[in-house]
Design a protein around this ligand. Sequence first.
Ligand code: SF4
Length: 357
Amino acid sequence: MERPHTTTRRVNLYDLAPGDVASALAPFVAPSFRIRQVQEWIYARGVDSFESMSNLSREARADLAARFSLAFPVARERTEPAHDGSVKYLFTLEDGALIEAVYMPMGSRTTLCLSSQAGCAVGCTFCVTGFFGAGRNLTPAEIVGQIHRVRHEQGVANEALNVVFMGMGEPMLNFEHVATSLEIMEQSISLKRVTVSTAGIIPGIEELAKLERRPNLAVSINAPDRERREEIMPITKKYPLEELIASLRRFPLETGRDITAEYVLLAGWNDSVADAATLAKLLRGGRFKVNAIPFNPDPALPSWMKRPTDAAIDRFASALMRHGVPVTVRRSKGNEIAAACGQLRGRTERRRAAPKG
Ligand code: SF4
């Protein structure tokens, strides 16, 4: 079992599944209703210090602080709000690693896009995070900490939140900590409002399928056939497209839920009406909806990759719908910056690497 990364000897309570928090507190907190009070501060309010727990005595707070921690990542930079209010955050972790999260207000609801790793070894060629390579797994505290930091800064209630694991990293390669963070989130956010997005790591999808309560599942498909998918997603060699689709067809879905097939649209490469027809055939027989994401260019990415015109995007989406596949197109700025997760850290890395003079 992989241990959460920590540089302090105190156990971070946000690294533990809720049942383990109760067991960890039991020897030190009495009577037992006080444990529930501490859990309330953690799960409903997302506090990052014992000092905030005003219904505990000063001595009890000091005792807990000596034994445990509640540390979260620190927000180091944030972009100016886009026209739709979305903001990208860059967080520093205890060991100096950088990760991103994106806040996207959408009417009465808010979507937060989280990172699960401080980098990514999967190496999709259209992704800035992939360009910068592998990074360590985030701990549960570092995952849920992104939610609470942004939620507090932006004044968002848990009830208004949707959470998506579409930031930096491949959640299925950090399955254990992602699963613990789902258990923690579930104390205040319904898993119906949480989506885990994968590049198609079949063993991870199978592990997720075994969970008693599951979040929504999204899978990056990005090409209508295996050959082209291998070109931009080398992971296809290990987990072939046909086997991936077969595993998705087996994935247990509750009534009313579908699997989201993410599809980055690249001009002249995977965006034709014929490509839409081939994609529809690939997805036939499964409960899929397509989320088409026009490519977002970045200096780190191949120059042949271009965003299609709006007319080409519309033609592709209409063709998919004619073939009976539900499709949405991410057009807003906020969604674009989420699609381009890794870019803010990428800019910071380039600034660090730039020669001084
Ligand atoms: S798209 Fe996701 S899985 Fe692929 S390299 Fe980027 S972060 Fe990793």
